[in-house]
Write a protein that binds this ligand. Sequence first.
Ligand code: NAI
Length: 303
Amino acid sequence: MAELRFENKVAVVTGAGGGLGKAYALLLAARGAKVVVNDLGGTFDGSGSNATFAQQVVDEIKAAGGEAVANYDSVAEWDSARNIINTAVDTFGRLDILINNAGILRDKSILKMEMEDYRKIMSVHLDGTFFCTKAAFAIMKDQAYGRIVSTASAAGLYGNFGQTNYGAAKMGIVGMMNCVAQEGARYNIKANTIVPTAGTRLTFTVMPEDIIGKVRPEYVAPIVAWLCSEECTETARMISAGGGYFSRAAVVEGPGVVFDSTKEITVEMIVEKLDQIMTLEGGREYTSAMEQAGTVLSKMIVS
Ligand code: NAI
């Protein structure tokens, strides 16, 4: 196939001063995109700030002949998030691609988790994704074109010990993108979610050393670039990627059972039909809450 290019496209990548975001920014820039490299800097738990993170990536892109500008704002406040998006328009005149990638960790089991750890994670991941997406959406709607890729995690999709804050925020992002995909459909705005695995400073402490080399951020970047491309017609998808593995993940609802709701529905009836209620065999994905409601309604009418 012809090489996928991003000439005349402008991208914002949040948290692009290192790890996965840096890999996305470098790949998009190498393929011709003009890139806003956003990064607040600071430590992995969200303390402090450091402008060198974003600047170094911009220097690297420019040294390779690409175009990029650094932005050091936080995604976690509405005004600063808007400033990130405005940097794209002010510098390059438009915005086609938003990658919501900035992230931090504050892992603790639920009883030990301070409210500040909970709120900080919600603020950077969930609020940050909402603020940047809201600001970008206005521009993308006006130009009837946009590609948004946000970042979830297996900790949200499947759960992980010590990450109630992070798991909630990450699964919240999936729900947010499902809705953004519907609102963006008529404006050719696609919104998808990446579920990455990569050896970065967020995972160095939990990943065995021999694995880290096998899950480089560069292995996730190709599918993120494709999700950002004009060629991508997929929307509201979750894609797992890491170490050369690529796969779509989905929310699936089983066929279920329908009881006659004109009569009493007892606890015992539920227990008797538990196998049918729990099975996902013959299950399906829904493209919207309306489609799911319509299907359930039609099952009620038929039964
Ligand atoms: P990383 O720590 O290398 O990159 C995250 C970047 O976001 C950092 O450079 C940090 O300075 C920046 N950042 C943090 N708070 C910010 C804020 N308020 N505003 C702007 N920038 C901010 O970590 P990594 O692994 O590259 O993480 C990227 C994304 O991928 C995160 O959303 C993370 O939760 C997610 N993720 C990573 C996984 C992995 O295996 N590495 C697994 C699942 C999800």
